[in-house]
Design a protein around this ligand. Structure first.
Ligand SMILES: NC(=O)c1ccc[n+]([C@@H]2O[C@H](COP(=O)([O-])OP(=O)(O)OC[C@H]3O[C@@H](n4cnc5c(N)ncnc54)[C@H](OP(=O)(O)O)[C@@H]3O)[C@@H](O)[C@H]2O)c1
Length: 183
């Protein structure tokens, strides 16, 4: 069975996802949703993989690194030193990361594979034959951003997932909703 990539992102109305190496908003419940979705496994002895770009890795405060209960894959062409972090691996391309998942080292150790950004990693994953679903939090507000989600391809269709709340969320006066798209 080929690896199925699930992308998870939160974007505001202009598809902005980041500003100055950070998130443009503080939405605690949305962050908990991200953690729950990317960490939950059916089989307790397995973990999910989270794949991210090096700058997204750099954005995570040291005390939260690596993202807990998940196997962290960091994409970088500059061979970052991640030895101090458990369950954390660097790969020089998305294809190399996917190849690794298809060989023995990780077999039987992981359940789902989540792509958690940023911009170019989302783009590559959306175009990949391994793309499966996009879990998108749509924030109904404009924020000043310098990093953006690529346009959502026209051939994606909205689907439902029982794990995803369907009602509109509100936090700090900001409304948002969880959507799921599949090709
Ligand atoms: N709202 C959200 O859901 C969300 C999610 C994630 C991130 N963000 C925000 O987005 C911003 C960070 O994202 P970003 O787009 O600037 O950076 P990014 O995609 O996280 O990281 C870019 C880096 O990843 C490496 N890279 C990219 N493509 C690669 C490939 N195909 N193969 C190997 N390495 C590759 C390169 O690292 P090297 O330079 O080391 O070679 C590149 O400089 C932050 O503001 C963050 O807060 C938001």
């Amino acid at each position: 069975m080929p690896v199925q990539l699930k992308l998870i992102a939160a974007a505001c109305e202009n598809l902005g996802i980041g500003k100055d190496g950070d998130l443009p908003w503080r939405l605690k419940k949305e962050m908990s949703y991200f953690s729950k979705m990317t960490s939950s496994t059916k089989e307790k002895h397995k973990k999910n993989i989270v794949i991210m770009g090096r700058r997204t890795w750099d954005c995570i405060p040291l005390k939260y690194k690596p993202l807990s209960n998940r196997i962290n894959f960091v994409l970088s062409r500059s061979n970052p030193d991640l030895k101090q972090f458990t369950d954390t691996y660097a790969f020089s391309s998305l294809d190399k990361a996917l190849e690794e998942l298809e060989c023995d080292r990780f077999s039987d150790k992981y359940e789902e594979v989540w792509v958690i950004g940023g911009s170019s990693i989302y783009r590559e994953a959306l175009e990949s034959k391994n793309f499966y679903r996009l879990y998108l939090t749509k924030i109904f507000k404009d924020f000043d951003c310098d990093t953006f989600l690529p346009p959502i391809p026209d051939d994606l269709k909205e689907v439902s997932d029982p794990a995803v709340p369907s009602e509109i969320q509100e936090e700090n006066g900001i409304q948002y909703t969880y959507k799921v798209y599949e090709r």
